[in-house]
Ligand binder design. Structure first.
Ligand code: HEC
Ligand code: HEC
Length: 402
């Protein structure tokens, strides 16, 4: 039985099922601060914290056929709240099938970069991509504006937030789709320069509303948080919220297993990119990861430094200054948050592991070598017992919103 030190402002009377070193105790407390974090302000999106924008964004997120005539999907088709804001599939299925697992939208607002390789620098820039991807929603930016324009209520909400919808979006004599990509370039070429700018501007505002909604989708309190709160407030009842097994898993997580070196802070993610050394999977070419993401984010028309951003300064876009592309980031993917991760099986960027048990078995033995780049040297085989692996899983499960 460990006794918590007074040095942390915690009662010396509270009993834990595990003995924690000072470092482990400090690390544990950092995973559940007294005040739950909120997504940082996002100056590139002036609508980021506008409740009316979030309301409109919510409708658009769930709207089937958002991407225009002939499309059927919504964002929620793949980011279903009932399935942890993901889809429960190994690979996302839209108008085609990709080779990437769908991450949860929950807590995405905490990321400096979104997508597995961080190829978008904001939620609003991110939302442009599934809309025009031929294997996802398979529509166009012009199609989105047409969808909104054809619904009186949506149009009125949109216009009261963003001003006049460009007239070209209501011109039904035009082809229903226009985008700079190959597929819809005919429609795009048929637009005047002025109309293209009007479409991009109106599209960017629409994306910002979707992002405003996504910023509200965050994890709630978990059993682990109740447990820590119990320790802080000397509440015996609350401090029972974490089973002895999960407490032992927590000790491993912050201590011997060193998961916390990448999965830290209240989101249990460093927001950085790492190659953890997953072996090549079936015949899928290994993903290049971060270096590819950096190339894309630099070229992205909707990045925070470009003309559709509400603040193009370096101050508002500091993360764009710190993008590391070298041989050590080849194959690196973004560290996922572990909050609510129990709800979003399967796991990893390619959904190769069906269960959390399979994930911890991977970290335990680190089998094989990655298809590209090299595994980060900070990762070492854990060689834990089955019982300890089960403890780690029990701790991860205790991070689910109640
Ligand atoms: C066909 C399924 C599908 C649809 C439809 C879809 N997504 Fe996704 N979403 C994915 C996949 C797969 C990824 C990961 C892609 C990658 O990392 O390159 C992803 C990634 C994301 C992320 C990044 C999360 C993170 O933490 O990195 C966000 C946010 C997101 N989608 C929001 C949306 C929004 C908003 C829409 C609607 C405009 C949408 N998605 C439509 C499958 C889908
Ligand atoms: C070197 C940094 C690093 C360390 C250390 C680390 N992880 Fe991860 N973790 C990652 C990255 C990066 C991914 C995503 C990798 C990918 O998909 O290619 C990941 C993925 C995961 C996932 C899957 C999440 C999802 O949504 O698919 C779980 C669960 C997980 N880690 C748990 C752990 C546990 C438990 C430990 C300790 C035993 C640990 N991690 C140690 C970086 C790390």
């Amino acid at each position: 039985m460990g006794i918590i030190s007074l040095a942390f402002g915690l009662s010396s009377m509270m009993q834990l099922s595990v003995e924690l070193t000072e470092n482990e105790l400090r690390a544990m407390l950092s995973l559940s601060p007294p005040q739950a974090p909120a997504p940082r302000p996002k100056p590139t999106n002036v609508f980021a914290d506008n409740p009316d924008a979030a309301k409109l964004g919510e409708k658009l997120f769930f709207l089937e056929g958002l991407a225009g005539e002939g499309t059927t999907q919504s964002c929620a088709s793949c980011h279903n709240p009932e399935l942890g804001w993901s889809d429960g599939l190994q690979f996302a299925i839209g108008d085609g099938v990709g080779t990437l697992n769908t991450p949860a939208v929950r807590n995405a607002a905490f990321n400096n970069f979104v997508f597995w390789d961080g190829s978008a620098d904001s939620l609003w820039a991110q939302a442009a991509q599934p809309i025009e991807s031929p294997i996802e929603m398979h529509g166009s930016r012009y199609g989105v504006l047409r969808t909104i324009s054809s619904d009186e209520e949506l149009l009125s909400e949109w216009q009261s937030l963003f001003g006049q919808m460009p007239a070209v979006a209501q011109d039904l004599t035009r082809a229903p789709h226009a985008a700079p990509n190959e597929e819809f370039s005919a429609g795009w070429r048929a637009l005047t320069e002025e109309n293209r700018l009007a479409v991009n501007t109106a599209f960017a505002k629409t994306l910002k509303a979707i992002a405003a909604f996504e910023r509200t989708v965050v994890s709630g309190k978990s059993n682990f948080d109740l447990f820590v709160e119990g320790l802080r407030t000397e509440d015996e009842e609350l401090s029972k919220a974490l089973s002895p097994q999960a407490q032992r898993g927590m000790k491993l997580f912050v201590g011997e297993a060193n998961c916390i070196s990448c999965h830290f802070g209240p989101l249990l993610s460093d927001g950085q990119f790492h190659n953890i050394g997953l072996e090549p999977y079936k015949d899928i070419p290994p993903a290049i990861g971060r270096p590819g993401g950096i190339e894309k984010v630099r070229l992205d028309l909707f990045n925070g430094r470009n003309q559709f951003s509400d603040d193009t300064s370096w101050k508002a876009n500091g993360q764009m200054l710190y993008m590391i592309s070298n041989e050590h980031t080849v194959g690196a993917m973004k560290t996922p948050s572990l909050r609510d991760v129990a709800a979003t099986a399967p796991y990893m960027h390619d959904g190769r592991f069906k269960t959390l048990e399979e994930v911890v078995e991977f970290y335990n033995l680190l089998p094989g070598f990655p298809g590209v780049g090299h595994r980060e040297e900070t990762l070492n085989r854990l060689l834990l017992s089955d019982e300890q692996l089960a403890e780690l899983v029990a701790f991860i499960k205790s991070l689910s919103s109640l």
